[in-house]
Each structure stands twice: as C-alpha cells, then as structure tokens.
Design a protein around this ligand. Structure first.
Ligand code: NAD
Length: 500
C-alpha cells in the first residue's frame, strides 16, 4: 500500500507543490511513516501569496458582519468535526485523544471570539475635540498576513492566528509545522464549506525554504510565529528588516513556586498534570518547581508516587495518560539531557529512560522523569527540555524563588501555590513573566484575553488573540473632521494649530 501524499491548499482548492522535496510524517506511537508532506518551494509560496493578494480587495470590502457570519458557520463545522480533528492531532503528534480534544476546544473559542468582529473593529469617536471639530479612529486590515506554527498544537496554535486575522479583513497564508500539517489542511476545507471565498485562507506545508520565502515576500504585510526561541528571534529580525509587522512567540521554562503553606495534595495533582500532560510538550508546561523551605520534603514523595502512576501508551489507547514525544531525535535529545542531569550531580528520583510500551516497541516514548536538588548551573535547568521531565530546585525563601525566576531568560508562564493572599499578591506584582497562575498550574488565557510571554518567550510587542490580536492584524487610522457652515471663515495662520 502506498503512503498517502498530502497537498497544499491554495485559492480554495487542493494544489500540487511545484517543489520536489517531501517530508515524512510519523505516528510517534508506532514509529511508522503514515503520510508524506510536500515541502513548498519559493514558487509555491509565490502562488499562495498571489492568491491571498488577489482575494484581499473583495474580502476587505465584505462587511465585518458578513465575515462574522462565515466565522460562526466555521465554528459550527469545527464543533461537528471536533473528534475527527482530535484524532488527527493525536495521530500525528502523539498526545492523548482527550488532551487533543481539549486543545481543539480552546482553538474553537478563538473562532468564537473572532465572530465578534463587528464589535471588535469599532473604533473610538470624540465629539468636539476642537470647536466644531470631531475625531474618530478606524481599524483597517493590513493585507496579506502569514502564520508559521509549531508541532505541539496542530489545531489550537493556528487558530490563535488566522480567525482573528481574517475577521479583521485580512487574507492569510498558514505554514503549519511539517510534522503535523493534516489538521490545518482539514480546517481549510471546513472554512471553505462555511462559505469563505477562495484565496482568503491558504495552507502551504514546508520548512525553512517556505518560511524564508514568506519572510522575504514583498506582498506579505504581517508575520505571526510560534515556535522555539532561536527561530522566533530569527523570524523577528528578518521580518523587521523587511519592514513587516511581526509577533514571534518563543520557547519557555515555566517555574512553579510552592510555598510551605500550600495544600500539598492539591499542588501535586496540579503539578503532575502540568509537567507530564502532552508528554511535557506544551509551551505552558510546568518544567521547573521551586520548592520554598519545608515545601520540598513534603512535595517530593507525593510527586514521585503520582508521576509513577501515569499510564504510558499510544494516545488513542484507553486509560493512557501520557503518549510518546514527537520524534526519535527528540526522544534522544531528552534522554541525553537526563544523562547530563545525573552527570552534573542532580538527584534522579524517577527515571523515564528506556521505557517500553508493549505492542508499541518502536514508538518514541520517554517515561515521567523527576529530578530533585537541581542547580541553576545544570543543563537540565538551562535548556528547554520540552519532554516529560520535571526538575525541582530548593529555595530558602520566597525572595530567593522570585530572584531565580526573574533571572531566567524565558518569561512565558509561571504559577505560585500558596494559601496566603499575601504571597499571591506579591507574586503577581513582582514576577517578570507574561502569564501567571495563582494555584492554577497552566494559566493559558481564554480567547478574549491575550496570550503571550515576556523576555525571550516573545519577540515583538503584541500578544496573540484578544484585543492585542485585533490590534496586531489592523492598522489604525485617525480622522479629524470639520464641516464649516457656508461662508464660515477659518484662521489663515501659519502657526501650528491647537484645538480646544
Ligand atoms: P520550531 O521552532 O522548531 O518550529 C516552529 C516553526 O518554525 C515550524 O513551522 C518550522 O517548520 C519552522 N522552522 C523550524 N526551523 C526553521 C528555520 N531554521 N528557519 C525557518 N523556519 C524554521 O518549534 P517546534 O519544535 O515545532 O515547537 C516547539 C517549540 O515551540 C518549543 O520551543 C515551544 O516552547 C515552542 N512553543 C511556544 C509557544 C508559545 O506560545 N510561546 C507555543 C507552542 C510552542
């Protein structure tokens, strides 16, 4: 049986790539190649951008209300196909079906938010900013926007971008991760079925060649990126040099502070879910615990017991809590980082290396791994591991914990576990991180707030979705108007006008 070969989606239909390069898509639970994906060439990107550019004038003219109605139908279709999309995401990524379904739901909520386009795009108006003079602002689309997304959320992360961009009157070219492209192609079909005109949304799979072609294309006005920090920095610098607006979300090392007054059972359950859910391949995963004072000794035995109870297996198998990681190379990198933790003197409490899953012996599995007494100088602290490895550092005081987190180059998410309003209030004020949880381990903001980190977790100024997403995908224009009465005189002055 030949392996299925995917296509591109350009101008509302399936398109064959001009480029001859292809990539393999694996099922990480079996280790087998399940599909092949075209890796778009520069000429494929040119075709997708040309389709988006041609569709822009009519889409810009389509009223926000009509755009919103198409988005509402798209949301309904996404709900009808939620399980199908979750199955596809689980198959290509490895996460469990329940986890995949949850992330599809969080993505659908962005479409729901974007369906408020007529309200979201209202500008501001002030009457009589000067005598007889009014002022109002308009939010107008940028033009052709592009999105480049990572492997770890095949549905949700693309949905952070394109529904908001399209609601604002832009057209869009999405370059999903070449490891998990199928969900994006399926969403394009559903969006067309919802009534989206051809060319408004295009999907091109590919790698660096496709990305560079988008970054250098003169007809692309805005770039949204989510992925690792080194690539985010490259995307930001290249896009800015080319005069494009850009938001580039990067990697993470999310710390949870556990105060001695925390409820340890509650905290352990929260940490185990946040560290090992999706095999730790979430940008908001908790990978680092900072245990303050006596919290460490109380927490460690509980963490070890509960992490050890997680059932490992294929994401679509019953009762499985944690699936494989994305690739053999990624598994090997995680294992070598675990080796380095041992070599550099951390205490290995639970070892996930060499785990075997009966019936899935060739899958890319790493079991839950737990380290205690980790020091900031160790590689397992400095590197984003992006796997099921939780490390615990000990801190003498709340102040030491805060200093550690604020000195870390990443600033995506963080959390504090405490029963004291005093520590919680100080934490939210003092911590230099974009998304903060108080007794909430993965504080992913809802679609009507904005998602984004600080420091090297975000290059650019505006976060994704929420009103920051609307501002990213629109250019604001301010109009000052005066309607003089017939024969009314105006001052003929060369002095800078002042109103009021
Ligand atoms: P990645 O940076 O390797 O890839 C992301 C995208 O960039 C993909 O579409 C890929 O094709 C493209 N790309 C890869 N190398 C490139 C290059 N040299 N030049 C141009 N484009 C290139 O990331 P990934 O492995 O797919 O995803 C995991 C990373 O994403 C982690 O670091 C994780 O923290 C991060 N992430 C961050 C967030 C966030 O909100 N901050 C969300 C999800 C994932």
């Amino acid at each position: 049986m030949s392996t299925e070969r995917l296509h591109l989606w350009i101008n509302g239909q399936r398109a064959q790539a001009n480029g001859i390069r292809v990539g393999d898509i694996f099922n990480p639970a079996t280790g087998k190649v399940i599909r092949r994906v075209p890796l778009a060439s520069k000429s494929d990107i040119d075709s997708a951008v040309a389709a988006a550019k041609a569709a822009f004038p009519a889409w810009r003219e389509t009223t926000p209300l009509r755009r919103a109605r198409i988005l509402t139908r798209f949301r309904e279709l996404m709900e009808q196909h939620r399980e199908e999309l979750a199955r596809l995401a689980s198959e290509e990524h490895g996460k469990t079906l329940a986890d995949a379904a949850g992330s599809v739901q969080r993505g659908i909520e962005v479409i729901e938010f974007a369906s408020g386009a007529p309200h979201l795009l209202k500008g501001e108006k002030a009457e009589d900013v000067g005598r007889g003079i009014d002022c109002h602002s308009l939010l107008q689309p940028v033009g052709v926007c592009a999105g480049i997304t990572p492997f770890n959320f095949p549905v949700m992360v693309p949905l952070w971008m394109f529904p908001v961009a399209i609601a604002c009157g832009n057209t869009f070219v999405l370059k999903p991760s070449e490891k998990v492209p199928s969900c994006s192609l399926r969403m394009a079909e559903l969006f067309k079925e919802a009534g989206l005109p051809n060319g408004v949304f295009n999907v091109v799979s590919g790698d660096k060649e496709a990305v560079d072609s988008l970054l250098n294309h003169p007809d692309v006005g805005a770039i949204s990126f989510v992925g690792s920090t080194p690539i985010a920095k490259y995307i930001y610098e290249t896009s800015a040099r080319n005069g494009k607006r850009v938001q580039a979300l990067g990697g993470a090392k999310n710390h949870a502070v556990v105060m001695p007054d925390a409820d340890m059972e509650f905290t352990t359950d929260a940490l185990v879910g946040a560290a090992y859910g999706s095999a730790g391949e979430r940008c908001m995963a908790i990978s680092t615990v900072v245990a303050v004072g006596e919290a460490g000794d109380a927490l460690l035995p509980l963490l070890k017991t509960k992490a050890n109870e997680i059932k490992i297996g294929a994401g679509n198998a019953a009762g499985v809590g944690m699936g494989p990681v994305i690739s053999a190379q990624h598994r090997d990198r995680i294992v070598s980082l675990i080796d380095s933790g041992i070599d550099q003197g951390a205490e290995l409490v639970l070892d996930g290396r060499g785990v075997e899953v009966i019936g899935n012996e060739n899958g890319f599995f790493v079991g839950p791994t737990l380290f205690d007494h980790v020091k900031p100088s160790m590689d397992i602290y400095k590197e984003e591991i992006f796997g099921p490895v939780l490390i615990v550092l000990r801190a003498d005081s709340y102040e030491d914990a805060i200093r550690l987190i604020n000195a870390n180059p990443y600033g995506n998410g963080t959390a504090i576990f405490t029963s004291s309003g005093h520590w919680a209030r100080r934490f939210e004020n003092e911590i230099e991180v974009g998304m903060v949880g108080i007794n909430v381990p993965i504080p992913v903001p809802m679609a009507f707030f904005s998602f984004g980190g600080w420091k090297t977790s975000l290059f650019g100024d505006l976060h994704m979705h929420g009103m920051e997403g609307v501002y990213f995908y629109t250019r604001s224009k301010v109009v000052t108007s005066r309607w003089p009465a017939p024969a009314e005189k105006t001052d003929n002055t060369l002095v800078m006008p002042t109103l009021g």
